[in-house]
Design a protein. Structure first.
Length: 234
């Protein structure tokens, strides 16, 4: 435990790490020029795999760290993962249909959609801060360093490994967002409603606040070179 986490917070971090990426990863990918189709595919595949991998990883963490939460383990959460899967597929299918049947309309609305996406992200960040305002300082002190390091490392590995494998920048951005932007809501739901521990949900709650500005900053850094190259020479 390099960050000095208690057993409960350590298991909470493992639960977060095992959770699949969410639709927010696809949104960030869209905003910063990532390969959205690849991002959506990865999110969908991860959602299906999480049906098996999430209980395995969480149960291993529970046995290894032995937190005092009064629960023996986590069974397969098919219903919750399928809901995440549906939330990913429905908007994508709608977008694909619109683009196929009205390509000109899709192109015209691309910029407004990006601007609306930014506004939504800002609203989510503010909402997260307001929701956790009473305990946010304590949560940040307890789990902030580990959650921040996890987010930064995930985004970094997710970007540079595809670059080393000679993938295009949009694909690297998509991989980075998929790996670095986890579905903290799933982790919190499982922690509280299934495992019955608010303490297990603390890392996911902190991560849910930190990942938005961190992912936005990472997206700006990843696209900085591309934007500079696209600017006309004086």
């Amino acid at each position: 435990m390099g960050f000095g986490l208690s057993p409960v917070l350590a298991v909470g971090m493992m639960l977060l790490a095992a959770s699949p990426g969410g639709t927010t990863a696809n949104l960030f990918s869209h905003l910063f020029g990532g390969d959205v189709a690849l991002n959506v595919t990865l999110t969908a595949v991860n959602a299906v795999l999480a049906v098996v991998t999430l209980p395995i990883i969480t149960n291993f963490a529970l046995r290894y760290f032995e937190p005092d939460i009064g629960q023996d383990g986590l069974g397969p959460q098919f219903g919750k993962v399928l809901r995440v899967f549906a939330l990913v597929l429905v908007p994508v299918v709608v977008g694909l249909v619109v683009r196929r049947r009205a390509e000109a309309f899709a192109r015209r609305t691309d910029r407004p959609v990006r601007q609306l996406s930014v506004a939504v992200l800002v609203a989510v960040i503010i909402g997260s801060l307001v929701a956790e305002r009473d305990d946010i300082v304590d949560h940040l002190v307890e789990a902030g360093p580990a959650a921040l390091a996890f987010c930064v490392v995930s985004l970094t590995i997710g970007y540079f490994v595809p670059c080393l494998l000679k993938l295009d920048k949009p694909q690297a951005i998509a991989c980075s967002m998929e790996i670095g932007v986890h579905n903290s809501a799933v982790a919190m739901t499982l922690a509280i409603s299934v495992l019955g521990s608010v303490g297990l949900a603390v890392p996911a709650a902190v991560y849910g606040v930190l990942m938005y500005p961190v992912a936005a900053l990472a997206g700006m850094l990843m696209t900085r070179g591309s934007r500079t190259a696209e600017e006309p020479a004086p």
